[in-house]
Design a protein around this ligand. Structure first.
Ligand code: GBH
Length: 493
């Protein structure tokens, strides 16, 4: 087997597992390629033109949890430089651009009483500019920047927030739905309900672990379904768009081939992805979550299961509330059974598994992101088999390296190998993948990691007042893939 392909300068790319055979299958002409960003990570202009304070403005201004002490006050300055962003997207030749709208720019009070025209103008300009360039706008309604006023009342763990976010969605459909045909309601509830609040008090949600994650996720599933149903009743006939929710998961690779570890891996996927996908596809939480969390809650002295129940009416609106399956995926973990360990109440303990990384997998500059492309293919097959063979759009996938790397061979190799597994899943396993999104268009504010970790196809110079953008090697590689539909130099040979 040859190590990687001959294209570009691809020596020594996989720290660890250096041999990966890239397929010479090709993407069908109908397959869509895009890139993604999120409002807080790129826009800057945090207090301009009527925008109010979001949770992330609040966190970065009042705590010290971001490793380099930075914030998104200016970020990539895309609020002023969106035309340059569109030029980059044109250079890449993408079919679509997935970006998010800042709730705090559209309805700064947090409630839909007043609409901020300057915010509306910004997104109108962006959407119209994209359409003129022949690029479809794919809009995420919520990528973690909740108005701080709603964070104060408990964020999504407060059921009133369901109504407020549905009102916000209604405003977005009415303002932009004539031109936006692909909507993502929420980005990664697993991240913002389960991973983040636990890692920092800065989030300001003071409900105990083991309770807050489940309330948040429960309300998100209901809110998503209400937004979906609102659209069907009020807008679908006229606007004819498609709606989903971007769900993220690692692939859980069994640590050994023991039945207990295989079951643990399956359980982990049902906890991380099934928590949301099971209600949407099958009408309720996965059986293993219902039973396990009820039992653990009883042992821990709770008079109720910490996993809430859906009412019959809720089940009816939730089941089927999606037009396609939207998947964010970056990495995998080895997974082992830990069902004899009963920890303190917490979503992260309730799954009764232990996870760690295979030292043979390649690394990135984010500790959580190791390179295991086969995990994506296995995950796609798992989704096909578990969720009624849905159409799948990969709404994020990408690689982290250090600031300033322009000859980003690690990223090129990551995209090449992960896309290779997407092709195999499609053409050899029959998984209906119809779109792929590279995270991210450009380097941006990487949440807790500030500007120390980079995901962009374009480098951004955060020291320059212009926030100068420069194409990396990976931008050229991705452009070539989009043009040729092929990952190597020898497709079809
Ligand atoms: C995506 O989440 C986000 O949607 C996007 O905004 C972000 O820029 C991109 O990833 C790159 O990070 O620090 O060990 O607790 C990816 C899923 C879930 C990965 C939370 C990091 C925290 C791991 N993320 N996880 S840890």
């Amino acid at each position: 087997m040859q190590c990687l392909s001959t294209i570009l300068v691809l020596s020594a790319v996989f720290a660890g597992s250096s041999c990966y055979e890239v397929t010479n299958l090709t993407f069908p002409a109908s397959f869509l390629f895009g890139t993604a960003t999120a409002a807080y990570q790129i826009e800057g202009a945090w207090n301009e033109s009527g925008k109010s304070v979001s949770r992330w403005d609040h966190i970065t201004h009042t705590s010290s949890i971001v490793v380099d002490g930075s914030n998104g006050d200016v970020a990539c300055d895309s609020y002023h430089k969106y035309k340059e962003d569109i030029e980059m997207l044109k250079q890449l030749g993408v079919d679509f651009y997935r970006f998010s709208i800042a709730w705090t720019r559209i309805i700064p009070s947090g409630f839909a009483n007043d609409i901020n025209q300057a915010g509306v103008d910004y997104y109108n300009n962006l959407i119209d500019g994209l359409l003129e360039a022949g690029i479809e706008p794919w809009v995420t309604m919520y990528h973690w920047d909740i108005p701080q006023v709603l964070n104060y009342i408990g964020d999504f763990s407060n059921p009133y927030t369901i109504d407020y976010v549905v009102d916000y969605a209604d405003v977005l459909f009415s303002l932009f739905g004539d031109r936006v045909k692909t909507w993502i309601t929420f980005n990664e509830p697993l991240s913002f309900c389960a991973h983040f609040p636990l890692s920092s008090a800065a989030f300001g949600v003071h409900l105990p672990a083991g309770i807050s994650e489940y309330l948040c996720s429960h309300n998100i599933v209901i809110a998503h379904a209400k937004i979906y149903r609102l659209y069907q009743l009020k807008y679908k006939w006229e606007q004819n768009g498609r709606i989903s929710i971007a769900l993220n998961t690692e692939y859980a690779e069994p640590a050994t081939d023991s039945p207990a570890d295989i079951e643990a891996s399956n359980r982990k996927l049902l906890y991380d992805l099934g928590w949301y996908a099971y209600p949407l596809v099958h009408g309720d939480y996965p059986r293993v979550m219902i039973d396990t969390i009820r039992n653990l809650s009883a042992i821990q002295g709770f008079p109720f299961s910490r996993l809430p129940m859906f009412t019959l009416n809720e089940k009816v609106i939730i089941r089927g509330a999606y037009d396609f399956f939207a998947l964010n995926h970056y990495t995998s973990s080895l997974t082992a059974d830990a069902s004899s360990v009963i920890g303190s109440p917490s979503f992260l303990n309730d799954d009764l598994v232990e996870q760690f990384k295979d030292p043979a997998w390649g690394n990135s500059s984010a500790s959580w992101l190791t390179v295991y492309p086969e995990g994506l293919r296995k995950l796609l097959v798992h989704i096909k088999e578990t969720y009624n063979d849905p159409e799948i759009a990969i709404t994020e996938n990408g690689f982290a390296d250090e600031p300033g790397v322009l000859n980003d061979v690690g990223r090129v190799s990551y995209y090449q190998s992960y896309l290779s597994e997407v092709l195999k899943a499609m053409l050899e396993d029959g998984v209906k993948v119809t779109a792929y999104t590279a995270w991210s268009l450009m380097d941006n504010f990487e949440w807790y990691n500030g500007y120390t970790v980079r995901f962009g196809l374009y480098y951004v110079d955060f020291d320059s007042p212009d926030r100068t953008r420069t194409a990396k090697e990976s931008a050229g590689y991705y452009r070539n893939v989009i043009q040729t539909r092929c990952l190597t130099e020898n497709c079809g040979t």
